[in-house]
Design a protein around this ligand. Structure first.
Ligand SMILES: [Cu+2]
Length: 319
């Protein structure tokens, strides 16, 4: 199944299942672009919320170059991260549509899924985006640019960035349904199901009291990004309902409809705003087939062992 699943009622555009595991070095190769522009159906409604699928039904963020657009980090002074996006004509893109209040959403995480940040760079007239670096320490980072070039489709491009220094790999925290951040307790109800849309409800409280006055952040009461362990496939989902729509309450529950592309472990990052600050709650979840022979014990599959081989092979190879 490599067609994009349209979820009209929920206005999501997540990619469907794909059957090929991607190696890091491979997706970092801009030349890979030409092998993946098969013109697959794409949920291209620019008003649609949701993650932006890569070419050929891939989840977002796996490609550094897609549909003629290429993400290019550029040299920057210490303390700054800078990049640009070149377009089909090879020139830096300078015109972007606003989506969720911003023309560019930059998400970073280390390859071990720690260090998640979601920031909004500033655009210079020459097409260079600059931001105080969100890369908080040494390691191998993945940077995702989530944007819509004016006249083009929404895209999420990803690139590896190395920050030199001694790296201490952080083990992925065990799956849990409750976490704390900045004094808030966030609980998670629901389990992601590979290839199927399922609700995830996050409930926010503090000192035992439900939070009922969440503040809109980028046009929503919450933003949820999911990264898949092993290749950091990127899913950006948005809650059902929006502030001011007359039916969506400002907490304590924020419900998302998400579809993960495969079995495996995912790290969820919930951004919510309260007390004038944005907080990020993180969860590890395991999407699996809870049947005999496919235990989901919480033990982490190795990247090579997590290929979704039993989920069928879509009709395109990657050789
Ligand atoms: Cu953003």
């Amino acid at each position: 199944m490599n067609a994009v699943t349209r979820l009209g009622g929920f206005a999501l555009g997540l990619a469907a299942v794909f059957g090929a595991a991607y190696g890091i070095g491979r997706v970092a190769d801009p030349a890979a672009e030409s092998r993946h522009d098969g013109g697959a159906a794409h949920a291209s409604d620019p008003t649609e919320q949701g993650g932006h699928d890569g070419a050929a039904g891939l989840p977002g963020g796996l490609l550094v170059s897609d549909r003629g657009y290429t993400l290019e980090p550029v040299a920057a002074p210490a303390g700054e991260f800078a990049f640009r996006v070149t377009g089909p004509d090879g020139q830096p893109v300078t015109r972007y549509d606003v989506a969720h209040d911003k023309r560019m959403h930059l998400i970073v995480a280390r390859r071990d899924l720690s260090g998640f940040r979601h920031v909004h760079p500033d655009l210079a007239p020459d097409g260079t985006w600059r931001v105080d670096t969100p890369l908080a320490g040494p390691g191998q980072w993945r940077a995702f640019a989530d944007f819509t070039p004016t006249g083009g489709e929404p895209l999420t491009l990803g690139v590896d960035v190395t920050v030199p220094g001694a790296l201490t790999e952080r083990p992925l925290p065990a799956p849990a349904t409750s976490t704390t951040v900045d004094g808030y307790t966030v609980t998670l109800a629901g389990e992601p199901q590979p290839g199927r849309t399922s609700p995830l409800t996050l409930t926010i409280s503090r000192d035992g009291q439900p939070i009922t006055d969440l503040e809109p952040y980028l046009g929503a009461y919450g933003h949820l990004v999911a990264l898949r362990r092993g290749d950091l496939a990127y899913l950006h989902v948005h809650p059902e309902g929006a502030p001011g729509d007359g039916r969506t309450q400002p907490g304590p529950d924020v419900t998302f409809f998400a579809e993960v592309p495969s079995v495996g472990s995912y790290r969820l990052y919930l951004d919510f705003r309260h007390g004038g600050r944005v907080h990020t709650a993180e969860f590890t979840v395991v999407a699996g087939t809870p049947t005999a022979g496919a235990p989901t014990t919480g033990a982490e599959p190795t990247p090579s062992g997590s290929a979704p081989a039993d989920h069928g092979t879509p009709g395109h190879g990657h050789n």
